[in-house]
Ligand binder design. Structure first.
Ligand SMILES: Nc1nc2c([nH]c(=O)n2[C@@H]2O[C@H](COP(=O)(O)OP(=O)(O)OP(=O)(O)O)[C@@H](O)[C@H]2O)c(=O)[nH]1
Length: 115
């Protein structure tokens, strides 16, 4: 998990590592790029598999955020939180207890199949 830098939106909260899809990019290409930039890890695009998605409530933001969660195999170990914040490994029951932004709460429920 990645703890967002304190000065940013949702600062100090733990999220699944990733980032925004750039124009002209496929979602999984964005994930491979973001994981390289943020963690220094190379993912093979064919090893990346969709797991779940979560979307902001439509009654709120006029452009609701959608976050797609993928799983992947990889080689090596994450170097560090290369773009700020902190990274750490947690077991599922520990992820449950971490303070997280709303969509990551939903994604972790889906990932660990709690409905
Ligand atoms: N992970 C996560 N991010 C959320 C949620 N809701 C929400 O508005 N966001 C926002 O979505 C954006 C995610 O973009 P990002 O992962 O590239 O984060 P970032 O702050 O490094 O991006 P930026 O500095 O380029 O804006 C952040 O501004 C984050 O605050 C949520 O539930 N989970």
């Amino acid at each position: 998990m990645h703890r967002r830098p304190f000065h940013k939106h949702h600062g100090g909260l733990w999220e699944f590592p990733g980032g925004k899809v750039e124009p002209g990019e496929r979602p999984r290409e964005a994930l491979v790029r973001e994981i390289q930039e943020e963690l220094g890890l190379s993912l093979a695009p064919h090893a990346v598999q969709p797991v779940a998605f979560a979307e902001e409530d439509e009654t709120g933001n006029a452009k609701p955020i959608v976050i797609m969660l993928y799983s992947s195999a990889w080689d090596g170990s994450p170097v560090a939180a290369l773009e700020g914040g902190k990274i750490a490994w947690f077991r599922p029951h520990e992820i449950d207890l971490l303070p997280k932004p709303p969509l990551d709460i939903e994604l972790s429920r889906r990932l660990f199949e709690k409905g």
